[in-house]
Write a protein that binds this ligand. Sequence first.
Ligand code: ADP
Ligand code: ASP
Ligand code: MG
Length: 411
Amino acid sequence: MARIVMKFGGTSMAGIERILHVAARVRREADAGNEVLVVVSAMAGETDRLVQLCREAAALHDPREYDVVVASGEQVTAGLLAMTLQNLGVQARSFMGWQLLQASGTHGNARVEAVESRLLDEALGSGTVAVIPGFQGVSPNGRIATLGRGGSDTSAVAIAAGVRADRCDIYTDVDGVYTTDPRVVPRARKLEQVTFEEMLELAGVGSKVLQVRSVGLAMREGLPLRVLSAFEDKPGTEIVERLDEGMERNAIAGIAADRNEARVTLTGIADRPGTVAAAINPLAEAGISVDMIVHAATPNRGASDLTFTVPRASLAQAVAALENWRGDIGYDGLLTDDQVAKVSIVGVGIRSNPQLAARMFDTLAERRINLQAVTASEIKVSALIAEDELELAVRVLHTAFGLDAPAGAAG
Ligand code: ADP
Ligand code: ASP
Ligand code: MG
């Protein structure tokens, strides 16, 4: 007998027929004698719809009220799944996020602080399947708080850690983690295993198959994590500390694409200590995270340019903050571009092999793809390019790093 958390994403919960399919899958695990907790997402498209309603109600809205609205999607699916399970003869009940999960930080993007496991232990002890809405928790002052888009993955991992589950299985609309998004590159290959370290970077630079925080949390907790298909019985991908002996190891584990960026360039800022801080601080104050930063000073010119990226949805807010602080920052021009995208290669091989970054730049140059900014970490290199070149960039890099599945054998 094992204690397991099963998380089902939006596509798997989109409609009664699919919920019935999920319930049958849950029943199988329960019938096998396991203690089962299920974490669910809202039906596919529902959170987008709720976000849009908030925007229509008020362009600048109270984030606490936004959370009240967007958290509702998961309440619906949790209740529906619990009653479907009961209808199949499985003892089940739903909970709400405020009963289980304490969260702190910014509303709309809150962090998990603690899991209240007593209610869950009681339910499991009485042979009941616990159905839990993902994405939601309660803030320190008792208000509902959501965990950022894709946050049900993090709910699932947090709950699994909180009840000391044996494993956490993420069921989704693809059958595992691929070398790149299989919906964009049909020749992407499924990875049997991927390390936490690589998965963390892949998720961090745009592979939305897992929310990045869920990976960090599972890694810290040493929690076995798998990504599996909600629709087919197939082995998925295991996220592991270290690959098993004999497992094929590519220098590059995968390629990620991110369209969520916008570029800001400040020209003619003074070339002296403190100017970068002066530009970035107002953004930090406004809660806007800055991703890629390139600061280039031309010797003896006395002035420099600063380029960075912000989430696309925050661009207008970032520009307003920079204009507001123009006197303190001191710049000549403020240029923006929201038609940019980030392509990244990720792999532990990068740590020891500088040729890999060079191969990335050569490959993009051969296709005349211009690099607007580049950043690197120990196991990742990212390049900012024009958005309309993104798919081409991902495809040519996927081929250049030997990741394509043999013809006719995708997946
Ligand atoms: P869910 O609703 O189950 O949480 P998501 O839409 O959040 O599902 O994540 C699954 C999607 O992630 C897939 O449909 C796929 O298009 C995308 N994806 C991006 N990169 C990858 C990757 N490297 N491997 C697998 N899927 C990926
Ligand atoms: N429903 C939320 C979203 O669409 C959370 C999730 O599905 O993980 O972002
Ligand atoms: Mg998701």
